[in-house]
Design a protein around this ligand. Structure first.
Ligand code: NDP
Length: 292
C-alpha cells in the first residue's frame, strides 16, 4: 500500500484564502484591520526565518504586521514593558513571543504577562486551562493545524484510537486535548513509554512530535492508519542539508492509509492557524461573530 499524501501546503493556502476573505469583509463592513505583533529577542537563525515568514504571510492576508526585533541582552523588565504596551494597543489583536527566549528570560513569566485574549499561540496558562476544561480559548497553532487536517481527511474522529508521541506543552499535550475533545481514545507516549512500537500500532491516528529524525518507522504504523508528522529536523545526508520529519516517510507510507510529508505538511498549517487565531481574536475583541 502507498499512503495518500495529506497536502498541508495546499490546505494551508486554502485556510489563508478564507482568512483573507474574512479580513477584507471586516475592513469593508467595520473598518477593522486585524493586527499581529511578533516579538523576537536575539538572533536565533531558525527563529529569524519563522518571524520573517509570519510577517510576510500576515501582510498577504491583509492584516497589519508589527515586528519587534530586540537585542539578545534585552532585560526582562524591558520585554515586559513592551508586552504591556502591546496588551493595551487597540491596533494589536494578537501577540506572539517567539520561543525559545534567551536563557536569562523566564518564558513562563513572559508568556503569562500576555493578555490571554491576544495570546494567539495559546500558551498562556489561562488558555491552557480553558482548553483542558473545554472552554472557549486560544488553541496552539501546530496542534490546531493537525486537527484541521485530520478532520478534513477523516471526517468525524469520534471513537478512534489516537496515539500522540511527545508530551511537550506546545505540541504533544494540547494535541492530546484536542483529540480528546473530538472524542478520540487518546494515549500520550513519551521517552519512558514501554514498547513504543506496539503502542503506536494500536493507533488509527498517529501523531509524531518527538524531535528525533525519522524515528517512527513503518513497523510502528497500523495498516491504514493516518499519520501526522509534526517533526522538523535538519540533517546532513549525501553532503546536503535536508529537512526530515520524526517519521521515516518511506517505510511509514508503505503501511499507512494517509500521511503528511515534511516539508509541506504540518509546517505551513502552523502559520495559517496563527493568522486564523489573530482573526478570531480581532472578532472577539470587537464583539463580532467568529469565523467558522
Ligand atoms: P520537545 O523536545 O519539547 O518534546 C519532545 C517529546 O518527545 C518529549 O515529550 C519527549 O519525551 C518525547 N521523546 C523524545 N525522545 C523520545 C523517544 N525516543 N521515544 C518516545 N518519546 C520521545 O519537542 P516539541 O514538542 O517542541 O517538538 C517536537 C517536534 O515537532 C520537533 O521536531 C519540532 O521541531 C517539531 N515542531 C514542529 C512545528 C511545526 O510547525 N511543524 C512546531 C513545533 C515543533 P519526554 O517528555 O519523556 O522527554
Amino acid at each position: 500500500m502507498t499512503a495518500k499524501r495529506i497536502d498541508g501546503k495546499a490546505f494551508a493556502a486554502g485556510v489563508r484564502a478564507q482568512v483573507a476573505d474574512h479580513v477584507a469583509r471586516l475592513k469593508a463592513d467595520h473598518g477593522l484591520v486585524p493586527g499581529l505583533a511578533v516579538v523576537l529577542v536575539g538572533e536565533d537563525p531558525a527563529s529569524q526565518v519563522y518571524v520573517g515568514a509570519k510577517g510576510k504571510q500576515t501582510v498577504e492576508v491583509g492584516m497589519a504586521s508589527f515586528e519587534h526585533r530586540l537585542p539578545a541582552e534585552t532585560s526582562e523588565a524591558e520585554l515586559l514593558a513592551l508586552i504591556d504596551r502591546l496588551n493595551r494597543d487597540p491596533q494589536v489583536h494578537g501577540i506572539l513571543v517567539q520561543l525559545p527566549l534567551p536563557p536569562h528570560l523566564n518564558s513562563d513569566l513572559v508568556i503569562n504577562a500576555l493578555d490571554p485574549a491576544k495570546d494567539v499561540d495559546g500558551f498562556h496558562i489561562s488558555n491552557v486551562g480553558r482548553l483542558g476544561t473545554g472552554q472557549k480559548s486560544m488553541v496552539p497553532c501546530t496542534p490546531l493545524g493537525c486537527l484541521m487536517m485530520l478532520r478534513d481527511h477523516l471526517g468525524n474522529l469520534s471513537g478512534m484510537n489516537a496515539v500522540v508521541v511527545g508530551r511537550s506543552n506546545i505540541v504533544g499535550k494540547p494535541m492530546a486535548q484536542l483529540l480528546l475533545g473530538d472524542s478520540c481514545t487518546v494515549t500520550i507516549a513519551h521517552s519512558r513509554t514501554k514498547d513504543l512500537a506496539a503502542v503506536c500500532r494500536g493507533a488509527d491516528i498517529l501523531v509524531a512530535a518527538v524531535g528525533r529524525p525519522e524515528m517512527i518507522t513503518g513497523d510502528f504504523v497500523k495498516p491504514g492508519a493516518t499519520v501526522i508528522d509534526v517533526g522538523i529536523n535538519r540533517i546532513e545526508r549525501d553532503g546536503k542539508t535536508k529537512l526530515v520529519g520524526d517519521v521515516d516517510h518511506a517505510s511509514a507510507a508503505e503501511v499507512a492509509g494517509a500521511i503528511t510529508p515534511v516539508p509541506g505538511g504540518v509546517g505551513p498549517m502552523t502559520i495559517a492557524c496563527l493568522l486564523a487565531n489573530t482573526l478570531t481574536a480581532c472578532c472577539r475583541a470587537n464583539g463580532l461573530p467568529e469565523p467558522q
